[in-house]
Write a protein that binds this ligand. Structure first.
Ligand code: GLC
Ligand code: CA
Length: 542
């Protein structure tokens, strides 16, 4: 496999709003990230992905950009970003920005001009006439309601796959594409190391914008059909052009966020020879509901083939759109520490670049909020409304949205046990998780047995052991539903990783080998305790 810096680093995702607030307005800021660079360096990560920090009315926390070339004043300004880049680079940490080009905010000047029928920009967005006195088609948006919003001004509907304040850009328009490429080049000139491309496999729409034939999800016959707007014909040509006109052959990385992509479809996005993306976030694991370890093994196996084919993969269990991993996949009470460490061990030993989401390194958990007023997330609120229109009771609707709410990941980072978890001295924009008194960075830095130290250890191991990066993968016992066992092999080095997802002990394999890492202190080589994970080295000839 070809060596690349972005294959060798461990990445860390920052949700700036919730990371660290330095001016006590309750919102995290760029200075907060600068302040915590030594912390991130100590952890050992080599790449930071910042979710959007551009000017935005914040209808979707920054994923609704109103000015691509300006930093939202709540986070700071371009000088702060330059300082962050410089100080991060001095520590060997790279920085990528989140690039949202499927849509803008409805407050972006392009949209305002387009709505006004401006000659140059009228086709920058997707405008259609209504049909039979209603919307142009039956699509239901990601955040609830029709994907079409009527503009009285223009007397037409515009398309928005997400919220109505997020109109979709028209990628058929050449001049629009040129503006986007120039803007991305401008950011590369500021010294960033690449981009995470938001919902990138949806920028090209299905020809003719046809109705979906699937089951309706809401009164009025609306259909939520994620597949219909993903991976459409023309997407590969568009991504090839995008790459060529932006990062090109430079070392900068392009990482796509691609829901509705499996290894077969994904391979066309990430195989190096195709010159499209370098890797993607696929959701075959994080959207698997319920989680199924046998399916997990199958997904990893399929994606590993993509690597052997000249592509690459990401490894992640968490991000800002998902519940906390220890709550979803582990046990955030009785086996909190064990299961958080087990997931860390798997994250770093499966092939692909590991992405840690802020707070994961200390085992942050879901919140238990039980009224809709507690929530901030536009998606949570839209889904709650939809359930009510279907006649679901408020209590049941809350229970449903709480399982998946994006706010679990967005509560402020828990730095210490002082008020607001040390995130701010003001009033945090979103409440902190009350468990900050016993789950926080300060305590874990003092405790060598903490989840934090397991992350630090794994990151350091990955720097020193190419087997974790470039090793072959072989997965054993694919049909066993509660334990995981796989081998990584690179030159003469052979590692065996085992993990037990069950809450009772399970037999272990290859008991005689040298143990490199285990999340239990008292180890019984013949057994794996609940949520135990073990890395062993197999000596050649053994
Ligand atoms: C991506 C982002 C999510 C955002 C959506 C629309 O899925 O991760 O946070 O709401 O795109 O931009
Ligand atoms: Ca602030």
């Amino acid at each position: 496999m070809e060596r690349k810096w972005w294959k060798e680093v461990v990445a860390y995702q920052i949700y700036p709003m919730s990371f660290k607030d330095t001016n006590n307005d309750g919102i995290g800021d760029l200075n907060g990230i600068i302040e915590k660079l030594p912390y991130l360096h100590e952890l050992g990560v080599g790449l930071l992905w910042l979710t959007p920090i551009y000017c935005s009315p914040n209808a979707d926390n920054g994923y609704d950009i109103s000015d691509y070339r300006a930093i939202d004043p709540r986070y700071g300004d371009i000088k702060d970003l330059q300082k962050l880049i410089k100080e991060a680079h001095a520590l060997g940490i790279r920085i990528i920005l989140d690039m949202v080009i499927n849509h803008t905010s409805d407050e972006h000047e392009w949209f305002i001009a387009s709505k006004n029928g401006d000659d140059e920009k009228k086709d920058y967005y997707i405008w259609r006439e209504g049909k039979n006195n209603r919307e142009p088609n039956n699509w239901w948006s990601f955040f609830g309601g029709s994907t079409w919003e009527y503009s009285k001004k223009r007397e037409q509907y515009y398309l928005h796959l997400f919220g109505k304040k997020q109109p979709d850009l028209n990628w058929q328009n050449k001049q629009l594409r040129r503006e986007i490429y120039d803007m991305m080049l401008w950011w590369l000139k500021q010294g960033i190391d690449g981009f995470r491309m938001d919902v990138i496999n949806r920028i090209v729409k299905p020809k003719g914008l046809p109705d979906s034939k699937k089951e309706p999800c809401a009164p009025g016959g609306y259909v939520f059909d994620q597949e219909l707007t993903a991976n459409q014909s023309g997407i590969h040509e568009t991504l090839k052009e995008l790459r060529k006109e932006t990062v090109g052959e430079s070392p900068a990385v392009l990482i796509g966020e691609t829901n509705c992509v499996d290894a077969t479809v994904g391979s066309d996005y990430v195989c190096a020879s195709r010159k499209e993306l370098d890797m993607v976030f696929h959701f075959q694991i994080s959207h698997m509901d319920p989680f199924d370890l046998c399916k997990y093994k199958k997904v990893q196996k399929e994606w590993y083939k993509v690597l052997t084919n000249g592509g690459w993969n990401t490894q992640f269990f968490s991000n800002h759109d998902l519940p906390r991993q220890v709550s979803r996949l582990g046990n955030d009470e009785k086996y909190w520490k064990e299961s958080a460490k087990m997931l860390a061990i798997i994250l770093h030993t499966m092939p692909g670049t590991p992405f840690i989401y802020q707070g994961e390194e200390i085992g942050m958990t879901n919140v238990q909020w039980d009224t809709i007023e507690n929530y901030n997330d536009v998606q949570t609120k839209g889904e709650y409304e939809r359930l009510l229109t279907l006649g679901v009771s408020p209590a049941d609707a809350i229970a449903k949205v709480r399982r998946v709410s994006r706010d679990h990941a967005r509560t402020p980072m828990q730095w210490d046990d002082t008020a607001n978890a040390g995130f701010t001295k003001g009033k945090p924009w979103l409440a902190v998780n009350e468990n900050y008194r016993h789950i926080n960075v300060k305590d874990q830095l003092k405790d060598k047995d903490s989840i934090w130290y397991t992350y630090k250890t794994l990151i350091a191991m990955r720097r020193q052991n190419p087997v974790m990066v470039y090793g072959n993968l072989e997965i054993y016992n694919e049909e066993i539903p509660d334990t995981l066992c796989y081998m990584r092999k690179y030159k003469d080095t052979i590692w065996l990783v085992q993990a037990n997802f069950a809450e009772e002990k399970k037999p272990a394999m290859h008991a005689a080998n040298k143990i490199l890492l285990d999340n239990y202190v008292n180890i019984d080589k013949d057994w794996l305790q609940p949520y135990e994970a073990r890395i062993t080295e197999i000596k050649n000839g053994n």
